[in-house]
Design a protein around this ligand. Structure first.
Ligand SMILES: NC(=O)C1=CN([C@@H]2O[C@H](COP(=O)(O)OP(=O)(O)OC[C@H]3O[C@@H](n4cnc5c(N)ncnc54)[C@H](OP(=O)(O)O)[C@@H]3O)[C@@H](O)[C@H]2O)C=CC1
Ligand SMILES: [Mg+2]
Length: 283
């Protein structure tokens, strides 16, 4: 039996029309060049009794269980987490772009799901990604970590901000650092990038920046941040070790912690701890 027939059989079993397969989107392919598609079964309406009944049926038939995406992402390996994050971002974009913003007519997905077209005026809509810079600022011996009130308790991260229209990445880094902590960037260099699906699709562009020693006094913008502080390499290295699940503190106190391994902020911080001699390029 072909995979398509098997899927149609399963969908029928769950009371879904097999036409729904046309809504699937291409998210990648295996090393054997088999295409991988993602499909939203629409079981996410928590208020619907039907949805929760169907969820239970799907779980039994496929011998699996539904878990929250935010949790799943941090439990999977990097490759699977990336596939899941692409699937979620692309399916959500399609769901939110059903209509043409010029004509008001329904738009139509292409076969792979890489775009939508308005049949009445041929306007093409492509999935959107917002660029965000995330920067680990150092004064040579210490690094700057910040906390937003929305972060999990005790967690500090690198400083992040959305690129404004018309800005280069370098301009965004300088503006965000000046706006959020009142510091002037001396040197800047690129590290890596990552697609981040929360709360909407962003491309996180990670950089290391240094400020001049002696110009390290923080003016924390409390409208954007709950706290910001300098941390020594030893303090950060200790917390990186403790962030490992087997080393979590068991006491009731909320320990200072860093973003999870999957987050590019974690990689930036780890890089800074491990490569103290890395010499940055002029901005
Ligand atoms: N993967 C990782 O390691 C990390 C990822 N992040 C991600 O980085 C992103 C940006 O960080 P954050 O410090 O919040 O950014 P900002 O410092 O830019 O502050 C967020 C504010 O920017 C405004 N804004 C401008 N453009 C957009 C846009 N396209 N979408 C949403 N808001 C926009 C909004 O203000 P207003 O409400 O006034 O319109 C929003 O409240 C977050 O989405 C966060 O999830 C952050 C840290 C670590
Ligand atoms: Mg910010």
């Amino acid at each position: 039996m072909s995979i398509r027939h098997e899927l149609e059989r399963l969908l029928g079993k769950f009371g879904q029309d097999s036409q729904i397969l046309e809504d699937s989107v291409l998210i990648g392919c295996s090393e054997q060049q088999e295409a991988w598609f993602a499909l939203d079964l629409g079981l996410n309406s928590s208020s619907s009794i039907n949805a929760s009944l169907q969820k239970a049926e799907v779980e039994t038939a496929l011998q699996g269980s539904f878990i929250k995406l935010t949790k799943a992402l941090f439990e999977l390996n990097v490759k699977d987490a990336s596939l899941l994050s692409t699937a979620q971002a692309l399916l959500r974009w399609h769901d939110a772009h059903q209509f043409c913003s010029r004509s008001g007519q329904p738009t139509k997905k292409n076969v792979s799901g890489s775009k939508r077209v308005c049949p009445s005026n041929n306007i093409i809509y492509y999935p959107q990604v917002a660029p965000v810079v995330i920067t680990l600022v150092s004064d040579g011996t210490r690094c700057l970590l910040v906390r937003q009130s929305s972060f999990p308790k005790g967690m500090y991260s690198a400083l992040a901000g959305f690129c404004d229209i018309g800005e280069s990445l370098e301009e965004t880094v300088r503006r965000e650092i000046a706006e959020e902590v009142g510091l002037e960037v001396d040197r800047l260099h690129y590290s890596a990038s990552q697609h981040w699906p929360f709360p909407h699709s962003t491309l996180m562009i990670a950089c290391h920046a240094t400020v001049k020693p002696g110009q390290t006094e923080l003016q924390v913008n409390l409208r954007e941040l709950e706290a910001a502080a300098w941390f020594s390499r030893d303090e950060v290295a200790t917390v990186l070790r403790r962030n490992h699940p087997s080393n979590q503190q068991q006491s009731g106190a909320v320990p200072f912690r860093l973003p999870p391994k999957l987050a590019i902020a974690h990689q930036l911080i780890k890089e800074w701890v491990e490569k103290p001699t890395c010499s940055p390029l002029p901005a």
